[in-house]
Design a protein around this ligand. Structure first.
Ligand code: GLP
Length: 240
């Protein structure tokens, strides 16, 4: 893992956006794995600026998002589909047919997960996966557990994750289930960029980098992925 520490979220956003923009310039039809949450927003903002200046185009880019809630439709204001459109897709020239999400409302979740993984393979795999990290070191919605997951699957959210995310669900009950790419699926990405900011992430970051690899710390698997770059602010890096 390559670890870099910055002063501000905006600096991290600019660096990560540059990595993504360089990839798009090198490979205009690249496949991006994208994450929701507050952590990648500065990078998405910087990418929108680059697009507006005419420095990059997303017209041949394909994206796969990491995860999606069950029990709420895509049109819900709290869906990750809505989040990604508001924070990135509505502001760039990506083609809607190249934007991919797991369908959290699918009747047959296992079948939906198979479809998603097969589509990622068909597109040649993910060139660059953007990740955040949960307070409990989850990646995507891969919660601490006894065994690392492989392909995409339906998962029950932990109390810690529900606590951290329920503030977004003012009008309704927060879903307790989600579909997520699995840990092995994430690790198949050719390169990974993980962003963590704020002191609430310090313990998870420490466990990810310094502790043994264990499914109780899902992000620790990234120690085995030799093209993983971790971007931290000083607060998130404070226990290292
Ligand atoms: C959610 C998402 C993760 C994200 C995490 C951290 O649980 N499923 O993909 O990394 O939140 O979010 P934030 O960046 O807001 O701290």
């Amino acid at each position: 893992m390559k670890i870099s520490v910055y002063d501000t979220k905006e600096q991290i956003g600019a660096e990560v956006a540059k990595i993504i923009a360089d990839l798009i310039k090198r490979k205009p039809d690249c496949v991006l794995g994208l994450a929701t949450g507050a952590s990648p927003i500065p990078a998405y903002k910087a990418l929108i600026e680059m697009y507006k200046k005419g420095e990059i185009s997303f017209k041949d880019v394909t994206t796969f998002n990491l995860d999606e809630y069950c029990q709420i439709p895509r049109s819900d204001k709290n869906s990750y589909f809505t989040f990604m459109h508001e924070e990135l897709f509505d502001h760039i020239d990506i083609k809607e047919e190249n934007v991919n999400f797991l369908d959290g409302t699918a009747q047959d979740a296992a079948q939906e997960c198979k479809r998603y993984d097969a589509l990622i393979d068909k597109k040649g795999g993910i060139d660059l996966q953007v990740l955040g990290i949960g307070n409990n070191a989850h990646i995507g919605f891969n919660e601490p557990t006894e065994r690392f997951s492989s392909g995409s699957y339906k998962t029950k959210l932990s109390n810690s994750t529900i606590e951290a995310n329920k503030m977004y669900f003012q009008n309704g009950e927060m879903p307790h289930y989600a579909l997520t790419m699995g840990v092995s699926g994430i690790c198949k990405s050719k390169a990974i960029v993980l962003i963590a900011t704020g002191e609430k992430k310090a313990q998870a970051v420490y466990n990810m980098i310094k502790k043994d690899i264990t499914p109780h710390v899902p992000a620790s698997i990234l120690q085995r992925h030799d093209k993983t770059a971790v971007f931290l602010d000083k607060a998130a890096a404070s226990l290292l």
